[in-house]
Write a protein that binds this ligand. Structure first.
Ligand SMILES: Cc1cc2nc3c(=O)[nH]c(=O)nc-3n(C[C@H](O)[C@H](O)[C@H](O)COP(=O)(O)O)c2cc1C
Length: 644
């Protein structure tokens, strides 16, 4: 068989370890940790699926090496904890049995201990130890580690590495990036020591090298060690690529793979985890540059999800391995689909940060486009239903498409009715915003899934009571979504409704007022600003996009700052040729100027009362049930189809 992405699919030999291809699963830990710090069964299921999905390496993260001075990434590997080794062994085994290399990330969060705790009080009540005495931005005092403590931590890395090997891990990733302890020592931003651990680059690299030596001593000569570093910290006080190259050169003799990430969790979150406002692969150049100066294999990552781009990275020698985090949350089978030339079936990550926001909120896993994430033990395969039923799905948005696809996989006779001439629902409007192109693409991918699974798609046909009576289905899934809220303001007919912007783009001139500062309004305003238009955004509340998730929102607001003039606390009164007349809090009339107006005032569920008796089994999902997120629609669609 000829593989379409030859280089990406080719094995890589590191010492005596063979990686089956070049696509690896990045560490994505900090969730589903058992109360005693063991790797719980849910996590094991999560990691196992990444191996089943074809990744060459599956990295289990983050194992805290020295709990006495740390307290953030709460996995432990500690023989004094009942089951600690057993659970780690089961986990490594679950990865290995699908042909992947199990890797464990060893970490210490240093002065940022507490960051991942969902209990906000605990975030501040830990003992925070770092390279130097300081006070964190959140007011927490940090104490400088003594040399004795450093020695203890180094020994702990070795001890835990030995346990990891005993548990069956076949690769270890030492975390030296993203602002955690080893990075804190490498960085002039955090490290102000005057002893042999601070000052010169050689001194700042000392801790990293001592750790790598301790790990090597514990695991022996042929066991691969990967060092994760930030190629550039992207803040003036930190180090930059030139020093990143020097760090890589100093570290190289003590490890087998140099893993080049970027930035710090605390200061450059949207670069370390490139947001939808960043280019895909915006950090690859760091690895490419470092690779020119070292001879060991180099890995890269950051916002990668397109096999053609991944292939180019490997083929052109920018890196030897590509890691993916979020792309494999969205589709754990991405590597397998690449291997089988089924890249058109990849469900792309939207970079919406639902994964990271859910982690911050509840320490569980959630992904907008992958309904089984974190629930892998409940099974990710869809099995045929005992009895074939006639299923009608009303509405071809993301929830309806996913429901129809899942029902068809179960062997049902499924027809999806869409009232418009194209499926996609609300996602269709995203095609106009380049930074949200994956959201539109999602509807095309789900449509493809439906077609492959045998769903009949009937366009231009709304589901009515009469249609249900005529078709007489056994099951009806109502996924009719929501409609835009358009208040009866004088002149509102002059507006372009945000959902229709993709169809009416040419109606929008160079001076625009966007009415409504929710997520849709903000994102549209940013896009218009990026297109060089003068954009005013009007919002009645005092805050913008309060419903945006905690990770996406700050990055969204940063883009708003760059491109948009914001007017909060203003209520729209009427629309005229000069702009939008609004009332401020004291009821004074104010004109927000603009020749075009976009209305983004939210959505309202469609009325589905007529359809509730349309079949013996009826389920209302997604926005039709309650206006919410794509995450909700997809998750409910999947389960509505499983329940038939
Ligand atoms: C939900 C989630 C959890 C993460 N947890 C860790 C972690 O425990 N350790 C770590 O080194 N990086 C962690 N990361 C960062 C990823 O390993 C990766 O560097 C980052 O997401 C950029 O890659 P991506 O764009 O492919 O997602 C996490 C990322 C995500 C999305």
């Amino acid at each position: 068989m000829e593989r379409k992405f030859k280089n990406l699919c080719s094995p890589l030999v590191v010492g005596r370890t063979v990686l089956r291809n070049r696509m690896c699963s990045a560490p994505m830990g900090g969730t589903d940790i058992a109360n005693d710090g063991c790797i719980g069964d849910k996590s094991k299921g999560f990691y196992e699926l990444r191996a089943k999905g074809g990744a060459a390496v599956v990295t289990v993260s983050e194992c805290m090496v020295h709990p006495a001075t740390d307290g953030s990434h709460a996995y432990h590997l500690d023989e004094s904890i009942l089951n600690s080794l057993a659970q780690a062994t089961y986990c490594a085994d679950a990865i290995k049995r699908h042909g992947a290399i199990p890797s464990l990330e060893l970490s210490h969060s240093g002065m940022f201990a507490g960051t991942y705790m969902t209990d906000k009080k605990k975030q501040k009540s830990m003992h925070q130890w770092g390279p130097s005495d300081t006070v964190r931005n959140d007011g927490v005092e940090v104490k400088a580690l003594t040399k004795d403590m450093i020695r203890e931590i180094v020994e702990a890395y070795g001890h835990v590495a030995g346990l990891a090997k005993r548990a069956g891990f076949e690769l270890l990733m030492v975390h030296g990036g993203h602002g955690w302890l080893i990075n804190q020592f490498l960085s002039p931003m955090f490290n102000h020591r005057t002893d042999e651990y601070g000052g010169s680059l050689e001194n700042r690299c000392r801790l990293a090298i001592e750790v790598l030596k301790a790990v090597r001593e514990a695991v022996g000569p042929f066991f691969p060690i990967e060092f994760r570093m930030s190629g550039d910290e992207f803040v003036p006080e930190g180090y930059h690529l030139e020093e990143g190259i020097e760090i890589a050169k100093m570290i190289e003799p003590y490890c087998d793979i140099i893993h080049v990430s970027a930035g710090t969790y605390q200061k450059t979150f949207g670069i370390t985890h490139p947001s939808m406002f960043e280019e895909h692969g915006r950090n690859v150049y760091l690895a490419a540059e470092i690779k020119k100066h070292v001879s060991k294999p180099v890995s890269t990552l950051g916002g990668l999800n397109d096999p053609a781009q991944l292939e180019e990275i490997i083929a052109s020698g920018k890196a030897d391995l590509v890691y993916m985090g979020r792309a494999l949350l969205a589709d754990p089978y991405l590597p397998q689909k690449v291997m089988e030339n089924r890249d058109d079936e990849i469900v792309r990550c939207l970079r919406c940060f639902t994964c990271m926001a859910e982690r911050a909120a509840t320490s569980t896993r959630r992904c907008t486009v992958n309904p089984v994430i974190g629930r892998e033990l409940e099974g990710d395969r869809v099995y045929p239903a005992p009895v074939k039923k006639k299923v009608m799905v009303a509405g071809g948005g993301p929830g309806g498409l996913y429901a129809a696809y899942t029902a068809a996989l179960r062997g049902h006779d499924v027809t999806l009715y869409e009232k418009e001439s194209e499926v996609g629902g609300i996602l269709k409007s995203e095609q106009a915003l380049p930074f949200k192109k994956e959201m539109y693409q999602l509807s095309l991918t789900y449509k493809l899934f439906c077609e492959k699974a045998g769903v009949k798609i009937v366009l231009n046909t709304p589901v009515t009571k009469e249609l249900c009576e005529k078709e007489n289905p056994d099951a009806l899934i109502i996924a009719t979504g929501s409609t835009p809220i358009v208040p009866p303001l004088p002149g509102i007919d002059k507006c372009v409704i945000v959902n229709n912007y993709y169809l009416e783009k040419e109606k929008v001139g160079d001076d625009v007022v966007v009415l409504g500062g929710g997520l849709a309004g903000c994102e549209c305003a940013i896009h218009l600003g990026q297109e060089g238009k003068k954009v005013h955004l009007v919002e009645m509340r005092d805050v913008l996009a309060p419903d945006a998730n905690v990770r996406h929102r700050p990055l969204l607001l940063k883009e708003i700052d760059r491109y948009v003039t914001v007017h909060t606390g203003l209520r729209g009164l009427r629309i005229s040729d000069e702009g939008v007349w609004c009332a401020d809090k004291d009821n004074n009339e104010v004109l927000v100027p603009g020749t075009s107006v976009i209305c983004a005032l939210g959505q309202r569920s469609t009325n589905v009362n007529d359809l509730l008796d349309g079949a013996p089994y009826v389920r209302v999902i997604g926005d039709a049930s309650r206006v919410s997120t794509i995450t909700n629609a997809v998750y409910q669609g999947y389960h509505a189809a499983l329940d038939i």
